[in-house]
Ligand binder design. Sequence first.
Ligand code: GRF
Length: 199
Amino acid sequence: MAAQGVNTKCNLAVFISGRGTNLQALIEACKQSDFPARIEVVLSNKPDAEGLKLAEQNGLPTYCVARKDFASKHDFEQAIIDTLAPHPIDLVCLAGFMAILSPHLINHFGANGIVNIHPSLLPDYKGLDTHKRALDDGKTEAGCTVHYVTPAVDAGEIILQKRVQILKNDTPETLAARVLDQEHIAYPEAIKRILLTKA
Ligand code: GRF
């Protein structure tokens, strides 16, 4: 962890696979002088991820490491490690990164070195289709969770959650949009909390 001096910010690596709205929220947060981090690098496992363009427009170094280019998950993860090696990284932030990480990559970044944002109130609705599953179950509340990444998917220690009420006429899409608004608040807030606690 980099020391928190006047001009020293922690270095984030943001991993994405898609549109990158959480990346956008982190980019905006990093523009604030009192935010304790900067984005050092953005990495995607999808060459056509919209978020890569966003990162480039913001002058951030970008890389794409695609699983299909490697014979094994281990080789894929080692390529990510090698790609990031020239960059000082204090915290990896998964922001819609659609790959399950093994201990090889998780351990490389040390204890609590990777965080993720998930669109449900964990431990409810790990995995995919969280909003549809919450609606199908007749839940009255949904939300998002920022948590540490461990080899067990969506099961690491919870850092922060934001809740929204489920409305009578909600569809998975309308609920997802309201939860996403909360994600964009939750992720920078959680990162700030982590880094100020560790400093
Ligand atoms: C978000 O809903 C996040 O919670 C989930 O994947 C989605 C990524 O969206 N892990 P975006 O690419 O940040 O817009």
